[in-house]
Ligand binder design. Sequence first.
Ligand code: NAI
Length: 334
Amino acid sequence: MKTAVFSTKSYDEEFLREANEGTGLTLDFFEERMGTHMIPAIKGAEAICTFVNDPLPAAVLDELRSAGVRLIALRCAGFNQVDVKHAEAIGIHVTHVPAYSPNAVAEFALSLILTLNRRLHRAYNRVRDGNFSIDGLLGFDMHGSTVGVLGTGKIGVVFARLLSGFGVKVLGSDPFENPDFVAAGGTYVPREELLASSDIISLHCPLTPDTFHVINEKSIKLMKDGVMIINTSRGALVDALAVIEGLKSGRIGYLGLDVYEQEADVFYENLSEQIIQDDVLQRLVAFPNVLITSHQAYFTFTAMRNIAATTIESLLAFRDGKPLKNTIPKNLIH
Ligand code: NAI
């Protein structure tokens, strides 16, 4: 069976090739993102494999169906970029990789917090420049502070466990209370209370109509002065213009973003020789108390191996007519 794999970098290819050894599946790799312009390239493919920034709205899905595609194997956990309801309605299965390494993302969120708090990103550059002054690098003890976890699923729980060693108070908000979060020392509170009481707010919920721009002008007004906001989940959870105002007024004291609403045009590419046209992104990058990374929280050896193994497993199950284990849960399809 032929599968067209999109948005691939050399590292994606390496891990997928390794997992695919001896299976008999044919993988055709494309660096390009998936879109209608790529339909001619997938000729003969029954499956495609895409990533976080390959949008698959109804119109593209219809074309894929006409071209003979019956399976979309997402090699990521989030699926907000795909109209899953439409895909299912026209007979295309969608699988994802529900848990390739919650540790990778939770550990990354924690590293953003520690880096921003102790201003390691600035200290690193200062010392390289022969500037050994520590003026302006003053941090705070995490011990005794309150951390709010919005979304207490797989990643949120691991994050809460990691925090348990710091002597912080951990608050959580989630429509479904998870006993593992409570076992990790977390306490559930309503979303507004979490926003108002936390020194650090870390987002670990999926992008849904309810969470779109959950960090906005109104919610920022509820927060403590100097709050730290961390987003390793999906860019559109945060209204970037509202956080810029929050940063300018000082209401937001620190911002760590591994995801950004308009990331599809810039993340994963080397644009260092180009003039970046996104003024909002450039404004965010210019703040000394903002740290932006290029959607790399998942990027560990363990996660890459697990992503490749689960993706190949889904492709093989489909080829062999076996039940698909990693379809999108019905209750999460919007
Ligand atoms: P999960 O499905 O285990 O947990 C998500 C939790 O969010 C669930 O408990 C759910 O009930 C909760 N939730 C849903 N709506 C909510 C709302 N309105 N308010 C508060 N909580 C809400 O997912 P997991 O594995 O923990 O991943 C979380 C998110 O992390 C994914 O949706 C994905 O967007 C993101 N992610 C980012 C990665 C990166 O590299 N930056 C890598 C992997 C995932």
